[in-house]
Design a protein around this ligand. Structure first.
Ligand code: HEM
Length: 370
């Protein structure tokens, strides 16, 4: 927790520093009194007084004087994009506007993630791990097939790698450089960027498969309204669980928000960024970058809730996705309607009679109170 707060303070301080940068840039933009004449003459004078400072060249570029280039392709004659104005920002070139928009957005997104993690810590301290009231029966149901699990874990692991490398690239300047310095961060950023670029397509291929596999059992049903009224009894320590299908209304909501909405948005904007060779203009890349960043930060915050309930938040859930099996008592307590469907043969999932002893031991151990 201490880590979270101190890093957040750093992040805010660095964001403030970044936001104040444009005014100092503006102060440096006018010509020095000693520089007179053509832009070339001004540049020559500037190189004497401030070697490597080529502000006069850039002033000439910005002035809109026509220039020529030998490079062909999209926007090669547009060295600096036209001026635009974003809310709460000064009117600057579109590239500069994009650069200025990033720090506040990443600060807000980072704060939402930090608050989500804190809220989950607090919830866990109050509620503890949600257990099963009846003792396990030792009769097992196969809740997830091998395909379900393989696809789920490929998406989960690739999402986690993308989230970590993405956070390093997006917030590392504020959070990681103060810890490890510029040189180590430069290596870390290069590794993160390359990993991110190659893992993105894996997520892209498996996300639609995940959506296709799980969509059927995530379609809304009338009984979901009952679950939503009390949030499935999760917000009360004594309240019983509301009967639900294979997935409850909370899981269904998460399914539509995380993989279907944010996942698809991330894939589309990610492809635009990953393959800049399809003729998209700079403005499209900048918009895709902002959409990608905001969607990623919100998706990570939402994923924290899913990961919480899939690990420490609910006993037996992780083993269900790890091994594929749940005890009958778990199914009856957490997904009563699905359990009845399994019993009557209406569900595609079945009782399993050949569960390996080691797997049985893992599933039963996960249900024990500690
Ligand atoms: C990396 C950490 C993750 C962990 C530990 C995790 C864990 C779990 C567990 C334990 C379940 C089974 C819940 C049950 O039996 O009801 C589950 C289901 C599921 N997870 Fe994850 N998950 C992770 C990441 C993700 C991500 C990133 C996505 C999608 C972008 C995802 C999508 C799903 C879906 C679609 C289901 C089926 C439940 C439903 O459709 O509502 N998971 N997860």
């Amino acid at each position: 927790m201490h880590w979270g707060f101190s890093q957040f303070a750093c992040m805010v301080a660095f964001s403030a520093l970044l936001l104040s940068a444009p005014s100092s840039i503006a102060q440096q933009q006018s010509a020095a009194p000693s520089e007179r004449g053509s832009p070339a003459a001004q540049e020559a004078a500037r190189e004497v007084t401030q070697p490597l400072n080529n502000a006069p060249v850039w002033r000439e570029v910005r002035s809109g004087v026509p220039a020529i280039t030998a490079v062909t392709g999209q926007e090669t004659n547009v060295l600096i994009q036209p001026t635009m104005k974003l809310p709460f920002e000064p009117a600057v070139s579109a590239g500069e506007a994009w650069r200025l928009a990033r720090p506040p957005l990443s600060t807000i997104g980072g704060t939402i993630i930090a608050l989500s993690v804190l809220a989950l810590f607090a919830f866990f301290r109050w509620r503890g791990s949600i257990g099963v009231h009846e003792p396990p029966t030792g009769r097992f149901i196969e809740r997830f097939s091998n395909t379900d699990r393989m696809v789920h874990w490929t998406v989960a692991i690739s999402f986690s790698v993308l989230a970590i490398t993405g956070l390093i690239m997006g917030l590392g300047k504020y959070l990681v450089i103060p810890l490890i310095g510029h040189t180590a961060f430069s290596w870390l950023a290069i590794v993160s960027k390359t990993t991110h670029n190659f893992v993105g397509p894996i997520f892209t291929v498996f996300l639609p498969v995940l959506i296709a596999i799980f969509i059927r059992d995530n379609l809304p049903k009338m009984y979901d309204l009952q679950w939503l009224k009390t949030f499935g009894g999760m917000l009360s320590k004594n309240g019983g669980e509301v009967p639900s299908g294979r997935f409850n209304a909370g899981e269904k909501g998460l399914f539509w928000i995380l993989p279907c909405f944010f996942g698809v948005l991330l894939v589309v904007s990610g492809l635009i960024l990953d393959f800049p060779n399809f003729g998209q203009l700079r403005m499209v890349m900048q918009q895709a970058n902002l959409v990608h960043m905001v969607a990623a930060l919100l998706a990570i915050a939402v994923a924290c809730f899913h990961i919480y309930l899939g690990t420490v938040g609910q006993r037996g859930a992780y083993q269900a996705m790890r091994t594929g099996y749940v005890d009958e008592a778990w199914a009856k307590e957490h997904h009563r309607i699905w359990y009845e469907d399994v019993k009557t043969g209406r569900s595609r999932q079945r009782f399993a009679h050949d569960v390996p002893p080691q797997t049985r031991a893992h599933v039963l151990e996960a249900l024990e109170e500690h």
